[in-house]
Write a protein that binds this ligand. Structure first.
Ligand SMILES: Nc1ccnc(=O)[nH]1
Length: 544
């Protein structure tokens, strides 16, 4: 769902094709990513995937939990977050890289069913507008500090600039994505190193900041960080372009999947720790520091001031904030519009084009910003985390327990209409219960004593319920039929999706084997998207 750098050498559709066909052929959103398109090395895929994580929200998140719960509890919270993200991200990243499909397609076959994953798409869309609003607020703080733009106007500006960029500028931005990463490292990592060396006493101030260790506070802190759990979906949007895994590239393949998949959290956690460190430094060193310590632009301004003239420090801080935030918000806007489009297409069997939903997503984000969401960050993120965890952890649990250990869920992914039941209770009910109960706990509905434990409730239910429900339903609701009517193997000799090409008799484009199904009424093959938009279910195969 995100931009791929330097993918210019791809095949493009002929002008006569429908909007749906053309737009999904740009980068195979909503579709299997074919072998013919996956020409990058494992290293290029990994670097592109990690290029997206230069966003600044982590600095604000780290600072906020530190200010609320103290350094010790915040650090433990970040550690809990990192472990959960890594363990749950691993099976998901593996499926994306091995089978070349995005997280929505994985979700459908991992316990949710063809329509069941519409809900998880909405969870993902919420992730993009909540984080769009958070990143946009940070950008507006930069514009306010550097150029005295009032915050309300800064929110509007940081939203409006994204439109033309997403509509026209994807290519340019892909390039920007690649060359701003080194610039970002220079602007961020080096100054932080300098601060540590020049002010060694700041380290002990840091460790002694705030209240002592307390398990409830650690979990509350972890809950805020865990709102980032859906980030794995964006990592996967790149990982699905991994080349086939063969005996000769197996090591490189696995390294790339581990680093760029669940490994994103190493960088995320580091940024949170740095944001927390800088916040404590500002509170200790600057008059009135506690009011601004959670704002990344102030954090960078303070570091730069240590060794640069004031005007230059200010310019650099604002430039860094604007570049980072525009970069990430283009991704948020793009991914969010895709998630909405995807749900809408499946429910109405009509592909409306992405622009409508781009507007829709950004309006919600702007309303959140204007309502001052930055001041209620811990609550919004902590609340969202319950939904995000319920989805991601259920999918991970289905893969690990139901696919591998119990073998009640089919090992190979399935995402095509007609092959799946509309809704599979295994994942759907698990997610609904995990999210529902943990939200009730989060708001104190089951007593204030267990209120901080809502992340544990969400994770616990989401881990345990899928295998229980798979056993209860005996895995009956995963596949509506097992044979897709095409007499061609789906996988090659190494277990990679086949690169064999077939023509869709509806849109007349060529697609690789895994994207195709036999047509119910014509003696021909049909592609997954033409199946999704088939209004009268003319091509959809019957249940077995
Ligand atoms: N995917 C994202 C992660 C963090 N912040 C964002 O804005 N987006």
């Amino acid at each position: 769902m995100t931009v791929e750098p330097s993918l210019d050498d791809r095949t493009t559709a002929t002008p006569a094709t429908s909007t749906a066909t053309r737009e999904t052929l740009e980068d195979y959103t909503l579709r299997f990513a074919p072998r013919s398109y996956r020409k990058w090395s494992t290293g290029v895929v990994a670097v592109s995937a990690l290029g997206g994580i230069a966003y600044l929200a982590d600095f604000a998140i780290g600072a906020n939990i530190g200010i609320s719960y103290g350094t010790t509890n915040a650090l433990w919270g970040i550690a809990i977050f990192a472990v959960v993200i890594f363990l749950t991200g691993l099976p998901l990243a593996y499926y994306a890289a091995r089978y070349n499909i995005d997280l929505d397609l994985i979700t459908r076959g991992s316990g949710f069913g063809y329509y069941g994953s519409v809900v998880t798409n909405v969870i993902f869309a919420s992730f993009t507008f909540i984080f769009f609003a958070l990143e946009g607020s940070i950008m507006a703080q930069g514009l306010h500090l550097g150029l005295h733009v009032p915050l309300w106007l800064g929110y509007a500006v940081s939203t409006l600039v994204i439109f033309p960029l997403v509509i026209y500028g994807m290519r340019v931005l892909s390039t920007l994505q690649v060359w701003t990463t080194p610039l970002w490292l220079i602007l961020m990592v080096l100054p932080f190193g300098y601060l540590l060396v020049s002010h060694p006493s700041s380290v002990s101030t840091f460790f002694s900041y705030g209240p002592h260790a307390d398990f409830g506070s650690m979990l509350l802190a972890a809950g805020v960080c865990l709102s980032l759990i859906a980030q794995i979906a964006e990592q996967i949007d790149y990982l699905r372009f991994m080349p086939p895994r063969t005996p000769s590239n197996s090591r490189r393949w696995w390294t790339a999947v581990l680093l760029a998949g669940p490994g994103w959290v190493i960088f995320g956690a580091l940024k949170q720790v740095i944001g927390l460190f800088l916040a404590v430094y500002i509170i200790a060193q600057v008059d009135g520091g506690s009011a601004i310590a959670n704002q990344p632009v102030h954090q960078f301004l303070e570091i730069y001031r240590g060794f640069l003239p004031g005007w230059l420090a200010m310019t650099l801080a604002v430039v860094l904030v604007v570049i980072s935030q525009v970069k990430i918000n283009v991704t948020n806007a793009y991914s969010g519009s895709l998630a909405w489009t995807n749900s809408y297409t499946r429910l109405t069997r009509h592909y409306p084009g992405r622009l409508v939903f781009l507007g829709f997503n950004l309006v919600i984000a702007l309303v959140l910003m204007e309502a001052n969401m930055f001041d209620f960050l811990n609550t919004i993120l902590g609340f969202y985390a319950n939904c995000g965890m319920a989805w991601i952890v259920v999918v991970a649990s289905d893969i690990v327990f139901n696919k591998y250990l119990l073998r009640l869920s089919p090992r190979e992914p399935e995402f095509r209409r007609g092959m799946l039941y509309a809704v599979n209770p295994v994942g759907f009910v698990s997610m609904a219960l995990a999210a529902g109960v943990s939200i009730v706990v989060f708001f104190g509905g089951l007593g204030s004593g267990i209120k901080p434990y809502s992340p544990l409730v969400a994770i616990g239910l989401a881990v345990v319920l899928p295998p229980v429900l798979a056993i209860v339903t005996r895995g009956k609701y995963y596949l509506r039929r097992v044979d897709d009517g095409l007499d061609l193997p789906m996988y090659d000799e190494h277990g990679n999706p086949s690169g064999e090409v077939l023509t869709c008799h509806v849109c007349r484009q060529e697609y690789e084997r895994p994207d195709m199904t036999a047509c119910a009424t014509h003696d021909a093959a049909v592609c997954s998207l033409c199946l999704s938009t088939d209004k009268i279910a003319d091509h959809v195969l019957p249940a077995h």
